[in-house]
Design a protein around this ligand. Structure first.
Ligand SMILES: Nc1ncnc2c1ncn2[C@@H]1O[C@H](COP(=O)(O)OP(=O)(O)OP(=O)(O)O)[C@@H](O)[C@H]1O
Ligand code: SF4
Ligand SMILES: [Mg+2]
Length: 346
């Protein structure tokens, strides 16, 4: 039997109620994150990745709010949990590395104080944890995320750290409470390629050392290729494709995923062309009645304009044999498209 998910989104809708109208930023997202797995969420800018992740911890700023759906974490629905109970989960059982690490660190506080603070804020009532112990633990976690000689860096301020090192500090802050789920929103975007590779290695280590389940958000399919077990592709507030990573790359079943894959640069390939996807995503306040990708889709048919396709199984043949008898059966391959894009086009 497959492991039950540690975190499940069920038909989640988060909308922004603005003067211009209602923006359906997250428009019926269902996702499962299983224990110990890394789930990559990819999609162009504005597809709803950040709003989905902020919704999980009910951190969506006004005029946004969760309209409907469930966020199930260990049997509790976070969408309706009393704020006091949610506070005990935020940063402790589910931690987040935010999209912008530069503005998330306080320039006037030392690195040691900021990392230790996360622990002190979340200590259990009655649990004895001195500031000194918290700082010792901060140094330990900073060492684990690859800060050299961490004990000597505790009194430094953030400006003394490079972009890559600040990103590691953010990750240390998220990990210090040993969360069950880590949500990382574009953790490598601001970094150069070498540092990106180091941060991705770090995520691999987090997975094996801390056994954390990771929701990794990025606009870059190349990044998820190396480290995600499954990938969900988002477009205009919806999941349009979901599959095990290898399967998604080998056998994409949604035209938008195909287009994204064409846009991924292949290092070292002299013949590669980086194809920008023509057109732009639809206005989330005026979503079309049919498929949201219709205007940009080279595979479109008449029915796509009026009828919105459901997210449905696109598995070809039998699922692959499990490598070991006890390994859970590969989850399904889902896509939201009327057309079988593997068929040759005329
Ligand atoms: N504060 C806001 N007010 C109004 N609408 C908003 C607000 N924040 C987000 N949105 C809407 O939600 C949509 C999704 O935004 P989101 O930040 O989740 O995109 P994203 O996929 O994370 O993009 P990026 O790759 O640029 O980070 C936006 O296109 C916008 O329409
Ligand atoms: S449903 Fe139609 S328009 Fe939408 S992605 Fe599939 S083929 Fe393209
Ligand atoms: Mg974002």
């Amino acid at each position: 039997m497959p492991l039950s998910p540690i975190l499940s989104l069920r038909d989640l809708k988060t909308h922004f109620f603005t003067r211009r109208g209602v923006a359906r930023a997250v428009d019926g997202v269902s996702l499962d994150l299983r224990p110990g797995e890394t789930l990559g969420v990819v999609g162009e800018s504005g597809s709803g990745k950040t709003v989905t992740s902020l919704s999980i911890l009910r951190l969506v700023p006004p005029p946004g709010r969760i309209v409907s759906g469930e966020i199930l974490f260990e049997g509790r629905n976070l969408a309706v949990l009393p704020e006091s109970e949610l506070r005990a989960i935020r940063g402790r059982e589910i931690s987040m590395v935010f999209q912008d690490p530069m503005s998330s660190l306080n320039p006037f506080l030392t690195i040691g104080d900021q990392v230790a603070e996360t622990l002190l804020v979340h200590r259990n009532q009655g649990e004895r944890l001195s500031r000194r112990d918290a700082l010792r633990r901060a140094a330990e976690v900073l060492g684990k995320v690859g800060i050299p000689d961490p004990a000597s860096r505790l009194d430094d301020y953030p400006h003394r750290f490079s972009g890559g090192m600040r990103q590691r500090v953010m990750i240390a802050m998220a990990l210090i409470s040993n969360p069950k789920v880590l949500i990382a929103d574009e953790p490598t975007t601001a970094l150069d390629v070498t540092i990106q590779a180091q941060v991705l290695d770090l995520f691999e280590r987090i997975k094996s050392e801390f056994h954390t389940s990771i929701l990794l958000i990025t606009h870059n399919l190349g990044i998820v290729a190396g480290i995600a077990d499954h990938v969900a592709v988002m477009y205009a507030g919806k999941v349009v494709e979901y599959a095990p990573t290898e399967e998604l790359f080998r056998n994409p079943r949604h035209p938008y995923t195909l287009a994204l894959l064409k846009a991924v640069p292949r290092p070292g390939d002299p013949n590669q062309t980086v194809a920008p996807i023509p057109g732009s995503p639809p206005d989330l306040m005026r979503l079309p009645p049919g498929c949201s990708f219709y205007d940009r889709c080279p595979f479109r048919e008449d029915r796509c304009k009026e009828e919105a396709p459901p997210l449905e199984s696109k598995e070809i043949g039998q699922p692959r044999e499990p490598k070991e008898p006890k390994e859970p059966r590969e989850p399904r391959h889902l896509a939201r498209c009327w057309v079988d894009v593997t068929e040759p086009r005329t």
